[in-house]
Write a protein that binds this ligand. Structure first.
Ligand code: NAP
Length: 350
């Protein structure tokens, strides 16, 4: 290894990962450089070559993937006043975003440049491996709930302003779902959720008042009963089959009829057009939107630091450490492809 300067490179969309030296990033305007101590992996990192060309067609190669990092700030760019060298932080490494498109900002590396607007100082008692579970899943949940063209709900606040309406989170034991449940509660909504049965208690502990099994034949009916005579403020639909259920449920309940789907694929877009004719609004979430929108700083800068500090927001699901070097990340991606349940796969670095 060249002292401190290396990355896990992807030569082409369908190519192999390779640990190689990399120039140490500098802290440009609005950026901090983080010495990375923990990295979490996400489905977008694990997709195969043909799909990668469709999902991130703009990405230049060789590329450095990875969105979730936690570590220490080692350099601070112009215009960054909130973070200092030595701060322990989590950050959304936005190198795969169209507007950044930079290997210096990809998370699978020892030192990474991260936009301060999507960086959060973490309390001493939150370990790096736990903090690393948050960035992309948090950003995706926040995009679905708060972006104006998604559910457009009010931002989280401390103290919470309680509301009557209900947010449905389908797929609440996913990483995105854990964050959606907690953020919706932080905005004052009641949450009804679905998850596999063994994760019901866990999802309740995040703030959902009712949790149903998405595999049950009568799950739609049970959700309608759990919402009762309240209005649906919107649905975050995560997981295979979630949109079909969400559409049926939204038709049966009073409320906004908005569904934010975690699948930004062409089929979802086609179904959204069909649903619109029936008064339902389906939008496809892009988890990186808060990197450039007002939602990013509202969540990462304003809400999350005090919420982590007083324990009202938990970094969930819990980390499962599966390696201790950049070279272990391909194995972590293979394990993610095989499937996880209410857990986030993390690789730590010395
Ligand atoms: N649009 C975007 O920008 C964006 C960003 C991030 C993720 N995503 C997508 O969002 C989804 C979740 O990602 P993630 O990283 O949060 O996932 P994850 O944590 O890896 O998901 C694992 C969980 O999926 C749940 N699950 C499996 N099948 C399900 C189904 N049919 N319905 C509901 N839940 C189901 C399992 O629940 P149980 O074990 O409880 O059964 C398990 O806990 C993925 O499809 C991912 O591609 C999209």
């Amino acid at each position: 290894m060249i002292d401190g300067d290396e990355a896990l490179w992807l030569r082409s969309p369908g190519g192999r990962f390779e640990v190689r030296s990399a120039p140490r990033p500098t802290a440009g305007p609005g950026l901090v450089v983080i010495r990375v101590r923990a990295i979490a992996v996400n489905p977008v990192d694990a997709i195969g070559g043909p799909l990668r060309r469709i999902v991130t067609p703009w990405l230049r190669y060789p590329a450095v993937l990875g969105s979730d990092v936690a570590g220490e700030v080692v350099a601070v760019g112009d215009g960054v006043t909130r973070l200092r060298i030595g701060d322990r932080v989590l950050g959304y490494a936005a190198g795969q975003e169209r507007i950044r498109n930079s290997p210096a900002e990809g998370g699978f590396r020892r030192y990474v440049a991260v936009l301060a607007r999507v960086c959060t100082a973490i309390p001493d008692e939150v370990t790096f491996e736990r903090a690393a579970v948050l960035p992309l899943a948090l950003s995706t949940a926040a995009a679905g709930l708060f972006e104006a063209d998604q559910l457009g709900l009010p931002m989280p606040a401390i103290p919470v302003a309680p509301r009557e309406d209900v947010v449905l989170v389908w797929g609440a034991s996913t990483s995105v779902g854990c964050n959606a449940v907690q953020l919706a509660r932080a905005s004052g909504f009641a949450v009804v959720a679905t998850a596999g049965r063994r994760n019901h208690e866990f999802v309740r502990s995040l703030g959902a008042e009712a949790v149903l099994d998405y595999r049950d034949g009568d799950v739609d009916q049970r959700i309608v009963e759990a919402v009762g005579d309240r209005r649906l403020a919107g649905t975050v639909a995560i997981g295979s089959g979630s949109l079909t259920h969400a559409l049926r449920i939204a038709r049966r309940l009073p409320g906004t009829k908005r569904i934010a789907s975690a699948y930004p694929d062409p089929i979802t877009r086609a179904r959204s057009l069909a649903a619109r004719a029936r008064g339902l609004r389906v939008s496809s979430i892009w988890g990186g939107t808060p990197v450039r929108s007002a939602v990013g700083p509202a969540v990462f800068r304003d809400y999350l630091p005090p919420a982590l500090e007083d324990g009202r927001f938990r970094a969930a699901p819990g980390p499962v450490v599966v390696g201790a070097s950049l070279g272990d990340i391909p194995e972590a991606l293979a394990r993610l492809r095989a499937g996880v349940s209410a857990s986030k796969l993390v690789v730590t670095l010395e």
